[in-house]
Structures are given as C-alpha cells and as structure tokens.
Design a protein around this ligand. Structure first.
Ligand SMILES: NC(=O)c1ccc[n+]([C@@H]2O[C@H](COP(=O)([O-])OP(=O)(O)OC[C@H]3O[C@@H](n4cnc5c(N)ncnc54)[C@H](O)[C@@H]3O)[C@@H](O)[C@H]2O)c1
Length: 328
C-alpha cells in the first residue's frame, strides 16, 4: 500500500511515523512549498513529489491531508475525483453544508474517508468513554453523570495562520473542536449549545520573529447540554504557556479525571465500590502510547480489511460543524 501526505508542516511527521508503525513502507509527500517537502523527505526517508496532482496520479492508495483547514474541502474533493481514500486532519472543514456534502460524496464513491480526532485514541479518554457507556447498566461506577468539564489550552502556534479567522485559525477551530468531538463521542449530539465567552486576549503576537496584530479568538468558554441533563463546560484557548488538557466527569457516586498528558493524574474516585472499581481513589496506569499509530492503523485496516473503525469520525464531523455553527 502506498500513502501520500499533503502538507509538510507540524502534523505531517506524526502522520508519517503513525503510518510507518502501521506497516506502510512507501510514503510520498508534497507541499505548496517544495523546500518543506524536500526537507521532510530527507529527514524521514520518504519521497517528495512536485504537487498534489502528481501525488494523486502516482499510484497512491490513500492520502493524509495535513494542511490548513480552509484547504481541506478542495483537497478532499481532488482525492475523491482521483478515487483515492483519504484521511484529513481536524476540523474536517468550516461549515455544515460542506461537511454533509463531503460525507455524501465519499460514501457515494465507496471510499474510506476519516477525520483525525486523535483524542479518541488516548487510553485514559477511552476509559472515560467506557464509564459513560456503562451508564446503561445498574452497576455504573460513577452513577448518573450530571456534569463535566473539558479543558484544552496551549500557547498558540509558530504558524501565523492559526491566529487569523479568515485563514481557519482561532481557539474554536484549532482547540475547542477536539473537546467538542470528544464530548459528542461520549454523549451524542447536544440538545443545547451556549457560547459563554469568546475573547481575543493577546491581539499582538510575535510569530517567527515578526510582531503581528492577529484577529482570531484565543480564549473560549462554552456550555453544552446533552440528553439526560448532562451539562459539559468546555474551555479552550491559545494563551496557556504550558499545554494543559484534561476532562472531569462527575456522577452521583463518583468522579473521573483523564488526560492526553501521561504526566497528568488520571483517576477514578468512587463513594462506594461499584462495577470493577473499589471505593476511594484508583489511579489509572497509563502506558506510553503512540496515538498516531492507533489512528493510522485504524484507517489502514478500514482500507485493507474493509473494517469500519474510522467511519464515525467523518459522520460525527457533521455534528461537530453543527455545534461550531451555534458558537458563531
Ligand atoms: N490533531 C492535532 O492535534 C492537530 C494539531 C495541530 C494541527 N492540526 C491540524 O492539522 C492541520 C495542519 O496543521 P499544521 O499544524 O500541520 O499546519 P502547518 O502550518 O504547520 O503546515 C501546513 C503545511 O501545509 C502546506 N500547504 C498549505 N496549503 C497547501 C496546499 N493546498 N497543498 C499542499 N500543501 C499545502 C503549507 O505550506 C504547510 O507546510 C490543520 O487542519 C490543523 O488544524 C491538528
């Protein structure tokens, strides 16, 4: 199987390593900036080609799109026309109608299309999902979950586009969508969406040595209410110097805290023993885990073995766009 990578910036090396760990030996890359493609090719021993069309007609079976968000729609359509399976970095696109059309066109072409919701591959956050699903049983560890907090904050990027609204930047598209997808993966589509705060706290930023006046929001707070009354508060930003991500789930019998960061404590605390968990605090042992290996091997398996592990990442992206629309 031959994989192509479009866009040779921050995400591309993670995708290449994930594909390599999934047994893919032949990888071709391209970028609008040929120098970037050549540098990545030299650093990771892959092949650089001239442009997207050359890549798509070079015999690749599937492509991974690692470019800024406003470019995703056109690149996905080029993959569909070339009859090439595709995976795209998050968020899928910028509006609901485009998300619905890309889902329909991919299915009509009988191709695998997947979106890189990498937080779904985090072991501690998968544990959170199991605790939510367990709610259907009488012995549910946390009992009825009533509230949750999902947080993601980072310092912002070295790339200017991530701080301009018209270029697909901002804390909603860059950060919050990860937590929206996670909350909806746990609880389904929200019944109510409220934007509580949306601010630009650092309008002047120095990016790659240049001082710029940026315009995209860098601090957001939203409240999502789900069926059964679960209320999730989501905070996301591009102003936190030390990257911080965690979620809290709180039920009538206990709490769960989980994170993508292995150095962050992930634990379950129960008032009374339930399910397989004792009363009190149980630390979750989280082994180091290559998230991009899980993500890419699910995609590769869907293509090679006709499994459907990544199908929901595309379908659910339509719901993410519906929620984002309500925040705008
Ligand atoms: N999953 C995650 O945790 C995560 C983290 C960061 C970024 N992302 C997402 O990944 C995507 C890429 O982000 P990044 O940080 O790698 O960006 P980046 O700016 O570091 O790299 C993007 C690259 O794409 C190239 N490019 C732009 N338009 C192109 C086109 N039409 N054809 C070919 N190449 C093109 C640029 O020249 C650049 O080298 C975005 O959608 C972003 O939201 C996801």
């Amino acid at each position: 199987m031959i994989i192509g990578i479009i866009g040779c910036g921050k995400q591309a090396p993670k995708h290449i390593k994930g594909f390599r760990a999934s047994g893919i030996e032949e990888i071709r890359v391209c970028d609008l900036d040929q120098e970037r493609a050549d540098m990545l090719a030299n650093a990771l021993g892959v092949t650089a080609v001239a442009d997207v069309q050359t890549l798509l007609s070079s015999g690749v079976d599937a492509v991974s799109i690692c470019t800024p968000t406003p470019t995703h729609e056109k690149l996905i359509r080029q993959c569909i026309t070339a009859n090439v399976h595709w995976m795209c970095e998050k968020p899928l696109c910028e509006d609901v109608a485009t998300a619905e059309a890309l889902l329909a066109e991919t299915n009509a072409a009988n191709l695998v299309g997947a979106v890189g919701w990498v937080y779904r591959h985090v072991p501690a956050l998968k544990q959170g999902k199991m605790l939510v699903e367990e709610q259907q049983t009488e012995d549910a560890a946390l009992g009825d979950i009533t509230s949750a907090i999902f947080r993601i904050g980072g310092r912002g990027s070295a790339m200017a586009w991530k701080h301009y609204s018209a270029q697909g930047g901002g804390a909603i598209q860059e950060m919050m969508v990860h937590m929206i997808d996670l909350a909806q993966w746990y609880f389904g589509p929200p019944e109510e969406v409220k934007l509580l705060e949306r601010e630009l706290r650092r309008p002047t930023r120095t990016i790659q040595g240049e001082t710029l006046e940026v315009d995209a929001e860098d601090w957001v707070l939203a409240s999502l209410k789900f069926k059964g009354g679960v209320s999730v508060l989501i905070q996301a930003d591009l102003t936190t110097p030390a990257f911080t991500q965690y979620i809290e789930l709180h039920g009538e019998n206990g709490s769960f805290v989980g994170s993508i960061q292995p150095e962050h404590a992930s634990f379950i605390f129960l008032n009374e023993a339930r399910s397989q968990w004792p009363a009190g605090r149980t630390a979750l042992e989280v082994q180091p885990h290559n998230l991009y290996h899980s993500q890419m091997s699910a995609f590769v398996n869907d293509i090679q073995k006709s499994t459907r592990e990544t199908a929901d990442t595309l379908k659910d992206s339509v719901e993410v766009m519906r929620t984002v629309k309500k925040l705008n």
